[in-house]
Design a protein around this ligand. Structure first.
Ligand SMILES: Nc1nc(=O)c2c([nH]1)NC[C@@H]1CN(c3ccc(C(=O)N[C@@H](CCC(=O)O)C(=O)O)cc3)C=[N+]21
Length: 283
């Protein structure tokens, strides 16, 4: 079975659009992009377009490639203090001269719709999340939509980044999976992967997941963003070979990517509701 992230994201966005209408709120998202990376610009454009579709206002702050950490912090602080902005997304990666950790830590936790601030990562690890990172939260949504069992299942996450691997493991643990995190130093990684009922690959290597690493009937989630020799967008999974063994599998494109953006919209609506109802006192 192919897990159709595009279709699930469309369904969730329609639902969200109705909820926003009913709420009478007008949530607003601000994006911050530093430099001219074409992929980053494409993603940010997709986010703005989706905002418009569901009734979320959005503004884009664009800073030059050579912007200093202080300059980025200044932009974030201005957005933190702007009562008309509910959500702030600083597009990653930032250029190397910018201190990414300082920038992430500067975003007000109540506006941190990416869920990368240590406060929100801490809440997630404590099993009481407010904003969970969009990509892993979107993966949880697609697993739920297709009624993939999680409780008591063996989940293996390959990759330990702040935006995907670590929060993915925390979300699966919160849903009562038995979770293993693998990474570049893991011994016998293939044996670990073969034990997975749910295998999440966030590695960034073309054809990293081969059929012999996948248990028959497993659910395979492909978070990779890679380009093949012809410049075609591909995930981490050798899709055609692995789909035969897998019970369920996400394609690239049309899998995890659209779910990331749908979840960003849901997080932004949540941020607007939190600021409207209780002045962020839950934080
Ligand atoms: N602060 C921050 N938050 C992010 O959420 C964030 C980020 N920085 N930096 C980059 C990554 C990447 N990312 C994607 C979102 C959607 C698709 C997506 O919708 N992809 C389409 C294909 C798009 C295409 O044609 O390239 C798909 O998979 O079907 C992909 C990647 C969000 N990211």
């Amino acid at each position: 079975m192919i897990l159709d992230g595009k279709a699930v994201s469309e369904k969730r966005l329609e639902l969200l659009k109705e909820k926003i209408e009913e709420s009478g709120l007008y949530p607003r998202l601000a994006t911050v992009i530093v430099g001219e990376d074409p992929a980053s610009k494409l993603y940010v454009r997709m986010k703005h377009r989706t905002c418009e579709r569901v009734g979320i206002g959005s503004i884009g702050i664009e800073l030059p490639e050579d912007a200093s950490t202080e300059r980025v912090l200044e932009a974030v602080t201005r957005l933190n203090n702007d009562p008309d902005i509910n959500g702030i997304l600083v597009q990653l990666p930032l250029p190397s001269q910018v201190d990414t950790t300082r920038v992430i830590n500067a975003v007000a936790p109540g506006k941190d719709v990416d869920g990368f601030h240590p406060y929100n990562l801490g809440r997630l690890l404590a099993g009481d999340p407010v904003f969970a990172p969009c990509t892993p939260q979107g993966i949880m949504t697609i697993l739920e939509e297709y009624r993939i069992p999680i409780q008591g299942q063996r989940a293996v996450v390959v990759g330990r980044s702040i935006d995907v691997g670590r929060p993915m493991a925390a979300l699966l643990l919160n849903a009562d999976a038995t979770v293993t995190i693998c990474h570049s130093k893991t011994k016998k990684i293939e044996d670990e992967m073969r034990g997975a009922d749910i295998l999440v690959s966030a590695v960034g290597r073309l054809k990293f997941v081969r059929p012999e690493m996948v248990k028959e009937g497993a659910t395979v989630i492909d978070v990779g963003i890679n380009y093949d020799e012809q410049g075609k967008l591909c995930g981490d999974v050798d899709f055609e070979a692995v789909r035969e063994r897998a019970g369920a599998i996400t394609p690239v494109p049309g899998g995890v990517g659209p779910m990331t953006i749908a979840t960003l919209m849901e997080n932004t609506f949540k941020a607007a509701r939190l600021s409207a109802c209780c002045n962020n006192t839950v934080l």
